[in-house]
Design a protein around this ligand. Structure first.
Ligand code: NAD
Length: 515
């Protein structure tokens, strides 16, 4: 069966980029240094900017997962046998490869995932930085000597877990791929990563570049397949040592349950419903700009999106009016155009979910300030565009205030004092991110301490960096995915005891003098 069927002009460009990395190859899984075609169901890739199908490939079946696991196990042994400095040098070279190809990777991601090119160019470079950061850690990851109160030398070794299975969503596949692969291999592990079946291409390229950078064949395997088939098979595989999942809370809890069956640990990075708190004493112009990027960048398809705007009642009306006027000026359109700030929603299903949640919000009593559907000027494109949407009069009980939309939709709720602002921010089961805008230093730190969220910004929004730990509280997941903490999560600690006494006391059983 023909597994790749690319047509149309933008699609020809995708094919050209793909073939510059994988000459003459159809889309498949990257396993043990080659493209392996699955034998499962035929899956379709769709251009979010036009809704046209541009490629087909076959779902990875069990034989692909088995091959990836076997390759990963072998490569992991080779990789762990290298010196730490040698592993670091390979990781620097992978980073160099990513930098060298950043423009092509960014174009591929923009065209195939629908992300604005102006955002993705920077992201490609940040992925290179992730490998550089962890390259530096390779020869600094060492154990400790513990001053135990006996005659022993006791030391720890941070050993790799072995084969790590990573599952990522469609909203930022390139960024999330680097974010997960880099700490895993730094700690000496091999990776079997399954990006979303809707956006596998940039992760495939990352797999190819890891090998080009000098990683052993099979160290980074990329599975082109679905969650319920390939993802499930990888999570449940007997060789899996750790599962890292980035995605929805529903899939996350099913995956954690499947991993627990094999006593395999999990890191879960799930969704959010983050509160962005604006006090009346904030620098209002900066807060307006920050609140725009908090929810409208990446068309709101961001786990940390500031989807609940909590505004002090004294400025609520004026702030909301200015916020709406600014939202209406944001350029929405073809993601590959330089001027575009909001591209399409990634897929039709997600577009439908966003539309339905907006309607439900209105049905439950929220009022529409702006947006609420496809921009009229983009209807003919066929793309999955959704206008920046602001709902006012949102109360904490409404579905729109409790459930993640994952689109460019923000709910506005006024508050009267600091206590109420914190209570509102903490009023959902999620705890991924949040922010406060105020010029009162004491208040800023009080609120930062009181809001239950894995990442919190004061007078800013959305900045994250590979050096800093990232993860959630509550239903937003557990474990951390960057910084030193992620590195430690990718290891298992061994405690080694060495007897140093010349004549150690025998306290039980055999004694050489028979006493
Ligand atoms: P999803 O949970 O439907 O899918 C995520 C990934 O899991 C995909 O690769 C999918 O194929 C796979 N999958 C789904 N069910 C599976 C199963 N039973 N077994 C194994 N694999 C399975 O999420 P999505 O719709 O792709 O992405 C959107 C969600 O991701 C949002 O909720 C968003 O908040 C979340 N997200 C979280 C973060 C974070 O870091 N916290 C980052 C990005 C996205």
């Amino acid at each position: 069966m023909n597994t790749m069927n690319l047509h149309g002009e933008p699609e020809a460009r995708i094919r050209n980029i793909l073939h510059s990395f994988l000459p003459g190859k159809d889309i498949g899984s990257w396993v043990n240094g080659e493209v392996l075609q699955g034998k499962g169901e035929s899956l379709t890739l769709t251009d979010p900017a036009t809704s046209k199908a541009f490629a087909h490939f076959n779902d990875a079946d069990q034989s692909v997962i088995d091959a990836a696991m076997t390759a990963a196990r072998k490569a992991q042994r080779e990789w762990a046998a290298l010196t730490a400095s040698a592993r670091g040098r390979v990781m620097y070279e992978i980073a160099r490869q990513i930098r060298a190809h950043a423009a092509d990777i960014a174009e591929l991601e923009s065209r195939s995932a629908g992300r604005p090119i102006r955002d993705i160019r920077g992201e490609a470079v940040r992925v290179a930085e992730m490998f550089e950061y962890y390259a530096g850690w390779c020869d600094k990851l060492h154990g400790e000597v513990i001053p135990v109160p006996t005659s022993h030398l006791n030391y720890t070794r941070y050993e790799p877990v072995g084969v790590v299975v990573q599952i990522t969503p469609w909203n930022a596949p390139l960024f999330t791929g680097g974010w997960q692969i880099a700490p895993a291999i730094c700690a000496g592990n091999a990776v079997v990563i399954k990006p979303s079946e809707l956006t596998p291409l940039s992760t495939l390229i990352l797999g190819v570049l890891c090998e080009k950078g000098g990683a052993p064949r099979g160290l980074v395997n990329v599975i082109a397949g679905q969650g319920k088939t390939a993802g499930q098979a990888a999570v449940s595989h007997a060789d899996t040592g750790l599962v890292v999942f980035v995605g929805s809370a529903i899939a996350g809890s099913a995956i954690a349950a499947a991993a627990a069956k094999n006593t395999v640990p999990c890191i879960l990075e799930l969704g959010g419903k983050s509160g962005n708190i604006i006090f009346a004493d904030a620098d209002i112009d900066r807060a307006l700009a920050g609140a725009q990027s908090a929810i409208f960048s990446a068309a709101g398809q961001s786990c940390v999106a500031g989807s609940r705007l909590l505004i002090h009642r004294s400025i609520h009306q004026e702030f909301t009016e200015r916020y709406a006027a600014a939202a209406e000026r944001i350029p929405v359109g073809d993601p590959i155009l330089e001027g575009t700030q909001i591209g399409p929603i990634n897929n039709a299903r997600q577009w439908g979910k966003i539309d339905e949640m907006v309607r439900q919000g209105l049905g439950e009593g929220a009022s529409l300030v702006t947006g609420g559907g496809k921009p009229a000027s983009l209807v003919e494109s066929g793309g999955f565009y959704f206008s920046p949407t602001i709902l006012d009069k949102v109360t904490p009980a409404m579905t729109i205030a409790r459930e993640e939309v994952f689109g460019p939709v923000v709910g506005v709720t006024p508050f009267d004092d600091e206590e109420e602002a914190v209570a509102l921010a903490n009023g959902t089961p999620y705890g991924l991110a949040g922010a406060v805008w105020t010029q009162d230093v004491g208040r800023a730190h009080r609120v930062a301490a009181a809001v239950r969220a894995g990442t919190f910004w004061i007078n800013g929004y959305k900045t994250i960096n590979v050096m800093s730990p990232f993860g959630g509280f509550g239903r937003s997941g557990y474990g951390r995915s960057s910084g030193r903490e992620a590195l430690m999560a990718y290891t298992v600690t061994k405690s080694v005891w060495v007897e140093t006494a010349a004549d150690p006391a025998v306290t039980f059983g055999y004694s050489p003098d028979g006493a």
